[in-house]
Design a protein around this ligand. Structure first.
Ligand code: DQQ
Length: 634
């Protein structure tokens, strides 16, 4: 738990009960530290309670306006060109459209998440630390806020937080990348030289791999790039479809001293990662066997492959191997557009990787993030000896809204990646430490008792840009007492069990952000604890967007998954709220959920935060530190 100056410890933070959802009593107010204010608080609570029930039970359809047509496409952008769909599929052909005002749309732009000044952005490309600067290249469509003819946008930073936008690094100016300068990766050679391999979509939409390098290696800003005259350096090999061959990784060293890369593809429905060795990045040798293959997973985009230390707290250079190391394979699944990873063992002699647990293989097991998170890529930051993860966070509204806004998509906050030393079966992801420099004006709440079925407004100066760190403890006696098998809902599923509205004995409880005072709109991030017949607890971490907006033309999914909780650990979460993006991390980053939310009322000064406990049995004690987040230079 982060510490901070407890500037607001003395502030009144009354808890209140609310008219019960089915099954609760809800008639006893919990602690009120300011008795003189109790009447007023009662009225506020009564109002909030009613609103909370309304908000949890039904979506306000009054604002629905079907007159304004959304952009209707039968097929999402990208598919015809041979890449994963770039439109938000659930809203393709959406007819309902909300009358978004420019005030509402302006609010959606973020304060500390990277995005270009306008137009469309997708995958991070070639992230690297070079001569004192962090470089972020990214898939960019300079002509419109929808996916199209993609070039490499470019920005640099000294701290991964504040960015300077630079000219486009690579344009679609060659036959071999005429349809798009697509995703690629950077490799730093031992002499400090930088090389980039990227996918070009040719004039005939064939996917080929190309080599590029800085025109002036002494320029720390890497403004100008040269494309190797002998491009393409790789074309689809026999048996691989010309539209299924893309996104080369950063290279790593082989035992023979060559360089090795992997490239995602598929054969029928089997997702695969092809392996090539090279000495000069110009000619390549295809290995007989693939790095890995998983039947039924479809096309693998943006494969990532990197070592993680079994014991150490530092990240590792991509070429590091040995007994103290495990290897991660990540692939972005074209079929469901989520990033899956698995931890396993790499056989460098064969160029083959095997998962530790085949039941949790790439594409069928763990995800980096259970919300909106795709086409991610890591790099080794040799300056701070850490592995840093970047990811594209798409919009989940309509293209019509994106066109009105003039921009679409952003990058998730960069996260460090380490092996979870306690579980040994998952990685942990955590916002890079530099993000903490944006924290200001802390408000601390200590040991707030939140009774079953109650809601606690948290008084904050503002609530559109926040860093929230919270710990929760379930009332032990209730947990012990609970023996009713009907509560043994260990098969709970965040997406399918009704979200924050559905009550169990031990949850849901958590924090609802971007909440309007009457909870007409709010986005709950919460734990749900289930006790099995064997007495063991299983904890789920979820984010419920179903009431995040009165508008109907936005995503309303409920996201989440199980989160491992080790003996002696409190339940903890961190939430970064930044206008239309909410990034949530449970148990130090074991399970993460990124949400895009588009409130119409809970914006500017009308955005608030509440603690809630919608359990039927257990009281929860919560301690929180909440910082306002300054805007970064972006
Ligand atoms: N985006 C790029 C492709 C990649 C896809 C095209 C993943 O290289 O496969 O914009 O989002």
């Amino acid at each position: 738990m982060a510490s901070s100056s407890p500037s607001d410890l003395e502030n009144p933070h009354a808890t209140c009960s609310y008219a019960p959802l089915p099954g609760g009593t809800g008639d006893e107010p919990t602690v009120s530290r300011h008795p003189k204010k109790s009447a007023a608080i009662f009225l506020v609570c009564a109002f909030l309670s009613l609103a909370f029930v309304v908000a949890l039970i039904g979506v306000d359809k009054a604002e629905l306006n079907t007159n304004e047509a959304a952009v209707v496409l039968s097929r999402g952008r990208g598919v015809d060109k041979g890449v994963s769909e770039k439109s938000f599929r659930p809203l393709l052909g959406a007819e309902n459209s909300y009358p978004w005002s420019s005030n509402m749309l302006d609010w959606q732009r973020t304060g500390f998440h990277f995005q270009p000044k306008n137009n469309w952005m997708n995958d991070p490309n070639g992230p690297v630390f070079y001569k004192g600067w962090y470089h972020l290249f990214y898939q960019y469509h300079p002509d419109a806020p929808v996916w199209g003819k993609i070039v490499w946008g470019h920005a640099v930073s000294k701290d991964l937080v504040n960015w300077r936008h630079l000219p486009i690094a690579m344009e679609t100016d060659q036959w071999y990348d005429e349809q798009g300068v697509w995703t690629g990766s950077a490799t730093i050679l031992p002499d400090g030289q930088l090389v980039v391999l990227y996918t070009g979509s040719t004039n005939e939409s064939v996917q080929v791999q190309n080599l590029a390098y800085p025109a002036d290696p002494s320029d720390p800003l890497l403004i100008n790039w040269v494309k190797y005259p002998g491009n393409p350096v790789l074309v689809p090999p026999p048996g691989i479809d010309e539209k299924d061959f893309r996104d080369p990784t950063t290279a790593w060293k082989t035992p023979e001293g060559k360089w090795r890369i992997t490239i995602g593809s598929k054969v029928n429905k089997t997702g695969i990662s092809l392996v090539y060795d090279t000495e000069d990045f110009k000619s390549f040798e295809l290995l007989d066997q693939v790095l890995h293959a998983v039947p039924g997973t479809g096309m693998w985009e943006c494969v990532d492959f990197y070592p993680i230390s079994k014991q150490g707290e530092n990240g590792l250079d991509t070429s590091i191997d040995g007994p103290g190391v495990k290897h991660v394979v990540k692939a972005s699944m074209d079929d469901d557009r989520n990033d899956y990873y698995s931890i396993g063992t790499y056989d460098a002699l064969k160029g083959k990787w095997t998962p530790d647990n085949p039941a949790s293989d790439v594409g069928i097991g763990l995800r980096y993030d259970y919300g909106i998170y795709y086409a991610s890529k890591t790099f080794y930051d040799q300056d701070k000896q850490r592995r840093v993860l970047w990811s594209w966070i798409k919009e989940t509204d309509t293209e019509a809204s994106d066109i009105s806004k003039g921009w679409a998509s952003l990058m998730g906050v960069p996260r460090t990646i380490l092996l979870d030393k306690k579980t040994q079966t998952n990685i942990i992801q955590w916002p890079v430490e530099e993000i903490n420099r944006l924290r200001t004006n802390a408000t601390v709440f200590k040991n707030l008792v939140v009774e079953a079925g109650s809601l606690v407004p948290l008084e904050l100066p503002a609530a559109s840009q926040l860093d929230i760190v919270a710990e929760f403890e379930l009332d032990e006696a209730t947990v012990m007492r609970l023996n009713d098998v009907s509560d043994a809902d260990v098969a709970y599923d965040c997406a399918k069990n009704g979200g924050a509205a559905t009550r169990g004995a031990l949850g849901p409880f958590g924090i609802t952000v971007l909440a309007h005072e009457g909870l007409i709109e709010h986005t709950p991030v919460y734990f749900y604890v289930a006790k099995g017949v064997d007495g063991n607890l299983k904890t789920f971490f979820c984010a419920d967007q179903s009431r995040s907006s009165s508008a109907m033309d936005v995503d309303k999914s409920i996201y989440g998954n199980v989160v491992p909780v080790m003996k002696g650990e409190k339940l903890s979460m961190r939430i970064l709220v930044d206008h239309s993006i909410v990034e949530s991390f449970a148990q130090g980053g074991r399970t993460c959920i990124t949400s895009r939310v588009y409130p119409t009322k809970a914006i500017y000064n009308n955005a608030q935060v509440f603690l809630f406990n919608n359990a039927t049995a257990a009281t929860v004690t919560a301690s929180l530190s909440i910082w306002q987040m300054k805007s970064a230079q972006i």
